[in-house]
Design a protein around this ligand. Structure first.
Ligand SMILES: Cc1cc2nc3c(=O)[nH]c(=O)nc-3n(C[C@H](O)[C@H](O)[C@H](O)COP(=O)(O)O)c2cc1C
Length: 205
């Protein structure tokens, strides 16, 4: 799809056509696009908990205050960010060492630099980084889904503690967003909300 068309056609679905299954294969194709999202120091903080099991999805619906669109969606996805992603520096970059792109000493320098960068700035910064990187990834997910014929809705209306407990989301993972995915029930579509013109949200300096 043409990029402008893709952006214009992505809408936050108000409701979904009920009973449309989505498979792991469908979702894996989307995630295979999502993996190219940029992340700080290529640390790949984002993580996804994709709920396709119908009974589990109903439990997530309860944690989302019973919202109908969680019920009618084909799947519900929780996007999280790893606050301690910097601890993966060695694991992520060792392939480059094995290929001879960097040597062992350069790899250890990277580990030290990333550790100092995150630990020097502290827990609040680690949380912000988790949210920042996972948010960019979530947007990529919604566009990739649309590109592959699926509709989505980003959602913040849910009890994070309940969702954490239900899906056993580890504590290093900051819960960032819920995304419902399915086939939009177009009859329920709301009018596109007002968008500020460019000169109201951009300052050229
Ligand atoms: C961070 C975030 C949280 C949102 N939370 C909800 C939500 O809980 N429920 C909902 O129906 N829509 C939610 N939305 C969707 C917005 O209402 C929607 O993006 C906005 O009205 C613009 O509509 P459009 O995406 O169709 O252009 C959320 C969007 C964002 C970015």
């Amino acid at each position: 799809m043409d990029f402008r068309q893709l952006i214009e056609q992505r809408r936050s679905a108000n409701n979904f056509v009920q009973g449309v299954p989505i498979t792991e294969t469908d979702l894996k194709a989307i995630f295979d696009d999502v993996k190219y999202v940029p992340t700080a120091f290529n640390l790949q903080h984002p993580h996804y908990f994709a709920v396709i099991d119908e009974a589990k999805k109903e439990q997530v619906r309860e944690a989302a205050y019973g919202q109908y669109k969680v019920h009618s969606a084909s799947a519900v996805i929780i996007v999280t960010g790893d606050r301690y992603a910097y601890q993966q520096t060695e694991a992520i970059n060792q392939g480059m060492r094995d290929l001879g792109i960097i040597n062992e000493s350069e790899l250890q320098d990277l580990v030290k630099e990333n550790t100092n960068f995150y630990e020097g700035r502290g827990e609040q910064f680690m949380k912000e980084e988790a949210i920042r990187n996972a948010s960019l990834s979530a947007m990529m997910f919604m566009l990739a889904a649309k590109n592959r014929g699926w509709d989505t809705c980003p959602m913040i209306g849910f009890d994070r503690n309940k969702v954490r407990e239900l899906l056993q989301i580890p504590h290093n993972q900051e819960i960032v967003l819920m995304i419902t995915i399915g086939k939009e029930k177009t009859e329920s579509r709301r009018l596109r909300g007002y968008r500020k013109p460019v000169n109201e949200f951009v300052q050229f300096i």
